[in-house]
Write a protein that binds this ligand. Structure first.
Ligand code: TMP
Length: 263
């Protein structure tokens, strides 16, 4: 059997050499990690759900003319992507206080922020992804001032689009993390959106009940992660009503209501 060259293995994904030069295959694992992998678990079905949810969002972003690395989904766990040079920044966009912002600044979780806030973290596990400013980013050459401008405008467009997309299905987009890469085309290079968009890297709350439908279910030991991700997929119209969830059912709020119609 032909084996593929593994290019990179991250905490939740593996990148393999793609079928054509300049392409890669992105494989979604079932591994869940938090707190820089101090907390770890394998959650059956998570990778399949994230692959589908991320495909759905990237297709919409591509359709809107937002440049991304995404080409197509290949199967239940893999997608074909363009090879990019990852810019070593985790770009976090926040609409509502939660997570590390609440902790660091003592702002109660759930407080609407006066405006959307963009933060940069230096992508470096050994250092625990420290928060950095534009000054650090340009001084250390992680991205140029022009690239920072491009990243910020992508982040704002994506936040506006995703906020509306999720609001339409009864979900509040609290915050999300995105990553960008440099796509080299001939002698041109441009910044494109890379990585994934899934409940692993977005905070998603049910608009009415405020129940968490994202990886905080794992981070905070709330249980019902697959059920929550399945509900996100179902509301986005990805999962067929009759399609079984990739994992066994368990307790999760509204998810297991039989015969439920989509929002
Ligand atoms: P934070 O509140 O923990 O800083 O997280 C902000 C957002 O970024 C949240 O949607 C979760 C996401 N995130 C990641 O995708 N990867 C990470 O390593 C961390 C810390 C957060």
């Amino acid at each position: 059997m032909k084996t593929r060259r593994r290019i990179y293995e991250g905490k939740a994904k593996i990148l393999y050499e793609g079928p054509e030069p300049g392409t890669l295959v992105q494989f979604f694992k079932d591994d869940a990690t938090a707190f820089n992998a101090q907390k770890k678990e394998v959650i059956d079905g998570k990778g399949v759900l994230n692959n589908r949810i991320s495909e759905h969002i990237f297709l919409l972003l591509n359709r809107m003319g937002i440049p991304t690395h995404f080409m197509k989904r290949l199967n239940m766990r893999e997608q074909l992507i363009r090879e990019v040079e990852i810019i070593p920044l985790e770009v976090v966009v926040r609409n509502v206080a939660a997570g590390s912002l609440s902790k660091r600044l003592g702002i109660e979780e759930g407080t609407m922020l006066p405006r959307s806030i963009i933060e940069f973290y230096y992508k470096n596990d050994a250092l625990n992804d420290p928060m950095v400013t534009e000054e650090h980013v340009t001084a250390f050459g992680w991205a140029s001032p022009q690239e920072i401008d491009d990243i910020m405008s992508l982040a704002i467009r994506i936040n506006d689009f995703l906020s509306g997309l999720f609001l339409g299905v009864g979900i509040q987009l609290v915050d999300f993390k995105m990553e960008c890469g440099r796509l080299y085309e001939g002698d041109m290079v441009r910044v494109v959106v890379a990585d994934e968009f899934s409940p692993d890297n977005c905070r998603l709350w049910d608009i009415n009940t405020k129940e968490k439908m994202d990886k905080d279910r794992f981070r905070q030991d709330l249980g019902g992660l697959v059920e929550a991700y399945t509900e996100v997929a179902r509301r986005l119209g990805i999962m067929n009503e009759n399609e079984p969830s990739p994992a066994a059912n368990g307790p999760f709020m509204v998810a297991s209501r039989p015969g439920r119609t989509r929002h």
